[in-house]
Design a protein around this ligand. Sequence first.
Ligand SMILES: [Zn+2]
Length: 219
Amino acid sequence: MTYAFNQEDRIRVAQELVDVAKNFANKGWFPATAGNLSIKLSGEPLVFGVTASGKDKENLTIHDILAVDGDSKAIEPTNLKPSAETLIHAEVYKRVPEAGACLHVHTLYNNLISDLLFEQGKLRIQGLELIKALNIWEENAAIEIPIVENFADIPKLAAEIGEVLDPRVPAVLIRNHGIYAWGADVFAAKRHVQAFEWMFHYMFLKLSVQRDALAGLAL
Ligand SMILES: [Zn+2]
C-alpha cells in the first residue's frame, strides 16, 4: 500500500509540532536541544511527521519536520535527518494503533524519578487527581509507568519499550534519559506529558520528604 501524499496534512502536522515544541520549550523541557516529537499522518501504511535530528526545539519551524515511514526512513528526498530515536516513535505507533502523536522530552524530574525507582522497574502512582488527565476515571485509580534501561543501542531500546508498554498508561520512562508519552492526537499527548511531568515532580518531592521524615525518626 502506498501513502497518498497530502500537502495540507503535512503542513498542519508540522505546525502542530512547532506549537507543542514552543509550549514545552517555554517550560525548559528541551535542554541542549534534546527531545523529539511526532504526529501520525497515516496508520496503514505507517507514516508520521517527526522533528529532524539536531534542530533547536526552542526555535523550531515547519521546515524542521520530515515525514518518515515505519522503518523511520524519509518518504521523500530531503536534507533533513530523522533522529535515531525516531525508531521508538515507530515502535509506539506499531504497538498502540490508536496513538496519533508521540512526544519525547528530557526533564529534570523524569530523569530523577526514573533513576530512583529503576530497580523496581516501574513508578506506581495512586490516587492523584491528575491521573484523570490520562482518561482513567476510577476512584483512587492506580497506574504503573514502566522504566527501562537507557540502552545506547536504539533498536534494542525501541524493542524493550515495545515489550513493556501498557496501552492503558500512555508513557514509558527511560532511566536517566526521559519520557515517551503518546495520545490519540497531539492535544491528548501534550496533556499526558504535562500530567506525567507534574506527577513526577510530586512523587520526587514526596519521596524526599518521606526519606527526611524517616531519617528524623531514626535519630
Ligand atoms: Zn532522548
